[in-house]
Design a protein. Structure first.
Length: 251
């Protein structure tokens, strides 16, 4: 680390990653946004999944001001966040074979829907199996991962494959293995994670693309407004009424 402040170093690292993603993933972002728009236009439903901290970016898409109202969270009990006790149980569940298939088979997901799967490493059984099984059900899969993990780590799925191997579209977050951007001689471990910042921005770029793609076809994007601005709740109520059969977080 240079003599500049750690905070500045982190901002520089995060901005650098965002610039890389913007430049190198532009084509995939366009494709992912178009896929979501295609799904909405065809009457399909949208879902997002992430385990552990990868769930943060998934949750950022659901029931969110400025986002598509049709995006639903696919939750795996115990694996959504660090609220489960002990927190290490969530990590253990990511490595359980069969869990993803059981979750999908009991979920509303069906042929013609789209599923965004977020997994930084893409190596654990849960996201790999979820992508594999989803595609057998006719569900389109957008994977958000750091592709570097597939070349420098060992898969934890019995197939030896990674999330990136089972997606219709892959978005590479460019996050370095270990998810820590800074080092300091006086600190024994790398620190300051950027995956949440970058992944959330990457997916909001996809959502913006999807909304614009729908509008270009003459379809009004089913967007939510903030409930904290005047008229927002009434606007959202109308969206919920119109698209209630494709929204599952209200029930």
């Amino acid at each position: 680390m240079s003599d500049s402040k750690p905070a500045d170093q982190f901002f520089d690292a995060a901005i650098g990653l965002l610039q890389r993603v913007r430049a190198e993933e532009a084509e995939n972002i366009q494709a992912a946004g178009t896929l979501l728009a295609d799904t909405v236009a065809a009457g399909g439903r949208l879902f997002a999944f992430g385990a552990g901290h990868s769930s943060l970016a998934a949750q950022d898409l659901v029931y969110r001001a400025g986002s598509l109202a049709l995006m639903n969270l696919l939750a795996v009990p115990g694996a959504v966040g660090v609220d489960v006790m002990p927190a290490t149980l969530g990590s253990a569940l990511e490595r359980v074979d069969g869990l993803a298939s059981a979750v999908l088979d009991s979920s509303p997901l069906r042929d013609g829907d789209a599923l965004v799967i977020i997994s930084l490493s893409g190596r654990n059984a849960l996201p790999v199996e979820m992508a594999m099984h989803a595609r057998t059900l006719g569900i389109k899969v957008i994977g958000v991962t750091s592709v570097a993990y597939a070349s420098e780590t060992k898969s934890r799925h019995s197939s030896g494959t990674y999330l990136r191997d089972h997606c219709d579209i892959v978005l590479d977050s460019k996050i370095a293995i270990g998810d820590a951007e800074l080092t300091l001689d006086t600190i024994p471990a790398p620190f300051a994670s950027a995956s949440t910042v970058v992944t959330a921005a990457l997916l909001q770029a996809v959502m913006a693309t999807a909304a614009a793609s729908l509008a270009a076809r003459g379809i009004e994007p089913p967007l939510l407004r903030s409930g904290n601005v005047d008229g927002g709740l009434d606007w959202n109520a109308q969206v919920f009424e119109r698209y209630g059969d494709r929204i599952f977080y209200e029930h």
